[in-house]
Design a protein around this ligand. Structure first.
Ligand code: WTA
Length: 661
């Protein structure tokens, strides 16, 4: 098998769409793709306006498509009014899908709960009424810290229904991260659960909310609503904390949606940047939902009988667009999965696909790579032991997929029958930006291929000029698009500086990734971040954030964090640390390294724990005192140092920093 994969990869094979896929795909054939691109070229704002009229239900139709008067704070469809939850639920029920299953919830332990569109609408309405009774108003920020659950989706949809702005925080973030996000967003409500279930264990969630609020500066919080997932021990603060079931018990299951302007913020989602604290990426209602729907229809080619499964967590943007909003807005049946891919064994994904006859499966390269390894080590969990014939389309997201993993996914999961959509996008872009379309694009393993119709992706040099195909450069988007980030909450200047920098004349959206187009096909390949953002298992982490967490520890004098390639997680976090005390001995070093890892887990979350920690008496610096990060990156990779170290003040420390604690 392996040798076969390698020969395929070196042949640079191309996988054109099959006749069968082309026959059924919504966008079929290159001519159809080209026609959409040409329409966008001819009349850019008219193209998006047409799609927004066709795919969204408006309470008040818009007359303006793109408004550039406050660029780069672009606005779309701004005089139109709609409600996102209405578009996801009511309109499907009105269209006769009331009895269709909306969500199949697959619990950690394997229990299954199904809700229809009518039931989901009722639950969202009840919870929306409960929120209103608690005093939640349009534009209030509501922080959601929930396990994967139907209730997590209900909480988000209920906010959308009443015009409240949700800010979901992934359950793997710490109390401190919660506090920072509550403060930054000025959140007045928190929705959480007693515990979450992962890999057969119950892990408390609510205590992190209590601790986060207790850290101080969270006076904006008016109440905390707790969904009872497990019934485990849970302390409730009288007057502040309320059980979800108590608040909803007597609420009616009808709630008139709040009709909001298309530009009304739907949510904030905090993500890492190259400097400072995580930034609250703000998304709109109309433009965001439009792209969620279009990408569901064109990239995933969603059809009425599909069973769609996106394995992301609702704490990340992928879970927002491809669990909470996109699939429901398209009236699809989707899986919401609580567990982990390795429990009860590494066959869990394949078993779940078989059990629910999943037809579209969307996951991350890290998950695929770890399952390849498990399948080798314990052949019983290999996909070949499961009936995966229900699958017709696969997707990949979050990080580059290496051609070997692509081929394995294609052959072993997709039975060499299902096209793989390698979707490039970001928290800031709201939905897919560069991606194949199943009925259009010949696939090349490891390439996200071509821009989604209408998206003006390009590669430029440092002066903002296009580079030739075949040459690397900065990935940019040349024109605003409906689902783009609107601002960084509370910091419009940082928004402009981060995404529309003056070096690029303030006109181009800078993605922060390096990329290259194939000299012949023009296909895009993403080469990774060009800033100090790491991508560990598809999770975005800022090196500065981890450094700040480390230096906040009383033992640490100085710290520098870089990424290094890792076979399994894509990138791994490598920290170089100078302690206030003398450089530790080997035995001491292991203990202190573990202490620091746990410290970072408390400051940010377990996902930010450095894999490697190396101690030195100092960090390699130039005579002017600048940390030589490139040198650290080479050290992290265990490369022989070829850089000029003559400017280095203290070359002796390089040997110290070669060793992992
Ligand atoms: C990376 C996740 C290569 C990229 C949706 C981007 C990818 C960052 C791909 C955004 C892909 C995402 N191929 N790289 N298909 N998809 N990335 O905000 O570096 O969590 O800038 O959004 O992930 O991560 P974020």
């Amino acid at each position: 098998m392996t040798s076969n994969i390698e020969s395929v990869v070196t042949e640079n094979r191309i996988f054109p769409p099959s006749e069968a896929v082309m026959k059924s795909a919504t966008i079929s054939g290159r001519a159809a793709y080209d026609a959409l691109c040409a329409e966008a070229d001819r009349d850019y704002s008219g193209y998006w306006a047409r799609l927004a009229r066709e795919h969204l239900s408006w309470k008040q139709p818009f007359t303006v498509s793109l408004d550039e008067s406050k660029a780069p704070f672009y606005q779309w469809f701004s005089d139109g009014k709609l409600n996102v939850s209405y578009n996801c639920l009511d309109r499907n029920v009105e269209a006769g899908l009331g009895d269709k299953v909306a969500i199949i919830f697959e619990a950690d332990g394997g229990d299954v709960t199904k809700v229809t569109y009518r039931e989901l609408l009722g639950r969202v309405a009840k919870f929306a009424n409960a929120l209103k009774a608690q005093g939640v108003k349009k534009s209030d920020r509501v922080l959601i810290y929930m396990p994967m659950s139907i209730e997590g989706v209900v909480a988000m949809q209920a906010c959308a229904r009443i015009g409240a702005i949700h800010s979901v925080v992934f359950g793997g973030f710490s109390a401190k991260s919660l506090q920072e996000r509550i403060q930054d967003a000025g959140a007045s409500y928190v929705i959480t659960a007693d515990e979450q279930c992962r890999g057969g264990k119950n892990i408390p969630l609510k205590p992190a909310v209590d601790e986060g609020i207790a850290l101080g500066g969270c006076e904006s919080i008016r109440s905390v609503i707790v969904y009872q997932r497990t019934g485990g021990a849970c302390t409730m603060v009288p007057g502040r904390d309320h059980w979800w079931h108590d608040l909803t018990a007597s609420q009616p299951d009808i709630c008139e949606p709040e009709w909001v302007e298309a530009e009304h913020p739907l949510f904030l989602l905090y993500t890492s940047g190259s400097t400072g604290k995580p930034k609250g990426v703000q998304h709109s209602s109309g433009g965001y939902l439009l792209h969620a729907i279009l990408t569901m229809k064109w990239t995933f080619d969603i059809k009425p009988n599909d069973v769609f499964w996106c394995t992301a967590d609702i704490g990340w943007v992928t879970g927002h667009t491809y669990i909470t909003y996109g699939p429901l807005a398209c009236g699809a049946t989707e899986i919401v999965f609580e567990g982990v891919p390795s429990f009860p064994d590494a066959g869990r994904f394949w078993k779940t696909i078989q059990k629910h006859r999943v037809s579209i499966f969307y996951t991350a390269p890290t998950a695929i790579r770890s399952l390849i390894k498990s399948g080798e080590n314990s052949p019983k969990t290999h996909p070949r032991n499961y009936d995966l014939t229900s699958l017709r389309l696969l997707g990949s997201v979050g990080e580059p997929i290496n051609p070997e993993a692509w081929m394995w996914y294609y052959n072993n999961v997709g039975g060499a029958r299902c096209p793989i959509m390698d979707t490039f996008w970001q928290t800031e872009t709201g939905g897919h930006m560069i991606t194949p379309l199943p009925g259009v694009t010949p696939l090349v393993p490891g390439s996200c291929t071509l821009p989604f119709p209408g998206i003006q992706a390009a590669i430029v040099d440092e002066t903002g000029n296009d580079v030739e195909w075949g040459k690397g450069g900065f990935l940019v988007v040349k024109k605003p698009w409906p689902s783009m980030i609107r601002t960084i909450y509370g910091d419009p200047e940082r928004f402009v500086k981060s995404y529309f920098p003056a070096d690029f004349s303030g006109q181009l959206y800078l993605a922060g990734d390096g990329a290259m187009r194939d000299a012949k096909t023009g296909y895009f390949t993403i080469m990774g971040r060009i800033d100090d953002v790491l991508n560990v298992s598809g999770h975005r982490m800022g090196t500065m954030e981890i450094e700040s967490a480390l230096v906040a520890n009383p033992m640490v004098a100085e710290a520098a964090v870089v990424g290094r390639p890792d076979d399994m997680t894509g990138e791994a976090i490598c920290a170089f640390v100078v302690l206030k005390q003398a450089r530790p001995t080997d035995v001491e070093a292991t203990r202190i390294a573990n202490e620091l890892r746990n410290w970072v887990a408390k400051e940010i979350g377990p996902i930010a724990k450095p894999k490697d920690i190396r101690f030195g008496e100092n960090l390699p610096k130039t005579r002017s005192g600048k940390i030589m990060r490139r040198l650290l990156r080479s050290l992290a990779k265990n490369e022989t140092i070829t850089q000029d170290v003559s400017t280095l003040e203290n070359p002796g420390i390089l040997d110290q920093l070669k060793q992992n604690a």
